[in-house]
Design a protein around this ligand. Sequence first.
Ligand SMILES: Nc1ncnc2c1ncn2[C@@H]1O[C@H](COP(=O)(O)OP(=O)(O)OP(=O)(O)O)[C@@H](O)[C@H]1O
Length: 610
Amino acid sequence: MARTPKEEKEDKVDLRQRLKALNNLPTFIKEVYQTSPALASGNILLRLIRSFIPLLVLYTGKLIIDEVILLIDKKTADYNHLWVLIGLEFGLVIISDLLARGISLTDSLLGDMFANKTSVKLMEHAASLDLAQFEDATFYDKLERARQQVSGRTALLSQTLAQGQDAITMGSLLVGLVAFNPWLILLLLVAVIPSFIGELHFNARSYSLQRGWTPQRRELDYYRYIGASDETAKEVKLFGLSGFLIERFRNLSDRYFNENKKLTIQRASCGSLLVAIGTIGYFSAYSIIVFETVKGVVSIGSLTFLTGSFRQLQSLLESLLGRFNSISQGALYLNDLFDFYKITPGIVSPSKPRPIPNPIQEGFTFENVGFRYPNSERWANRHLSFTLKVGEKLALVGENGSGKTTLVKLLARLYDPDEGRILLDGYDLKEYDLTELRQQMGVIFQDFQRFQFTAGDNIAVGDIDSLDKPNHLERAAAQSLADSVIEKLPLKYSQPLGRRFAKGVELSGGEWQKVALARAYLREANVIILDEPTAALDARAEYEVFRRFAELTKGKTAVLISHRFSTVRMADRILVLDKGELLEIGSHEELLAKKGRYAELFYLQAEGYR
Ligand SMILES: Nc1ncnc2c1ncn2[C@@H]1O[C@H](COP(=O)(O)OP(=O)(O)OP(=O)(O)O)[C@@H](O)[C@H]1O
């Protein structure tokens, strides 16, 4: 899994790219603001007020000291003015504290709301993308990086706002310092800039490292998941895989740790040196102010005010520049989020879709259809020409990998053909509205999902509008034989299935299949596609499912994939696929009479039953 030099180059970021990434900030701030204009405005207002407090506190401190010295010199006991000043400083400190709490409250509320909003947006966007995009590893890297941004960006928000607040505070302190001695500003820059450059350098390296390691981090997550998950526990135990998985995890995580460690150590050692330079800058300025005081140029109150200002300015400037680093880094990470939003689906509805014929008049016609999976040289389907007539029950037969599932995926427009076209009543599938087209289809794939929801919800996913229509769910369950499975569950339709959550009950493979089959019946679809719907059913259940199938799909068009010829022979016609191409098509009798591949396979299986 070593990275290629090209990939490493792509992961490197220079200053120009970092500055360019700052362009993301206005969009980001706008999105945050739109999350809650009231909270965002409140936050900005609180920060604005708080940014002037440090100057006021320092200045009150100066006044207090000058007053104390005056009182000592005069040897009077009129402390009224002093009390007012102390009260003022006390009030400022209390207000500052309250403001800080208000700021962190609005920060965290706004951050949480923004994180939720972004998660929803990510899910919505991911849902709009093509199946093919989900089968691409680089897509997952992008998705993973985008996901990481959701929680991380909350910090970016408060950092950006704090940056504005500190800039105002700095401006106010600088005014005082410039009035005293402009050269102190120069010293201030000398004190701060080296460590800023250091930070900039190390942050860029850290980002490159993080980015470059995205695939490996996904791999680590995967090991963590398969090492401890209900879905994998059985095989992990039986095959004794835990040692192997832990070893792989450890090797990879150690490599990551070591690369990270190298960088962290370098960063810490350089950082200490650069901070020392900063301290020299501060003490030079401190000496200047002290000697000016001794010479009587400024008062002792001003001494404390100026040294305090200088120290605060130094730390503000440091955090301002340091934060600039994190902000520009955060803005770079935003690239990942925005990049993910920029991925657009290829399989979409046309701008003026044609209404789906209801009922379908002719059926689906494949015209020389060919399809290759992305990043694959091999044709999964090729030269496919046939018509799936309306109302027909068509069975697909062929060896493993001969392209049966691919054919139905093309029919449901999960992919578009690379060659030829598929017509519905004479018009290309691409001319119809995608959602409407899919609504017409009830598809159950062989690798159907076992959702860790209740039994009722597991059926309702077939037509989510039926979620609160128990009689619809019950009817579908009765049709697919799932009713007897659900009857046996303690909580019936409200029984959580699977073991991931509390009270979950696991079903057998065949029981799950009956539940999944109910999804196809629940949908008021005109086309029913069942990809090996009975593979896990016992002989009696299979017989029963097919006895009902013809009845339940009366008037509907159906495609059935099965390796069992007892099932297949019930279809009106059978399409035999070989290496993605159409070998034979005809009724059971026609194909037997033809004595071709179908006849060969049929007798081979029948032989086994004798
Ligand atoms: N998502 C995918 N990405 C790349 N190649 C794929 C993908 N799905 C299937 N293939 C390949 O396409 C070919 C046809 O697969 P398909 O699933 O259509 O076969 P099938 O006839 O349904 O097989 P089976 O009887 O085993 O279910 C196979 O060679 C398979 O390796």
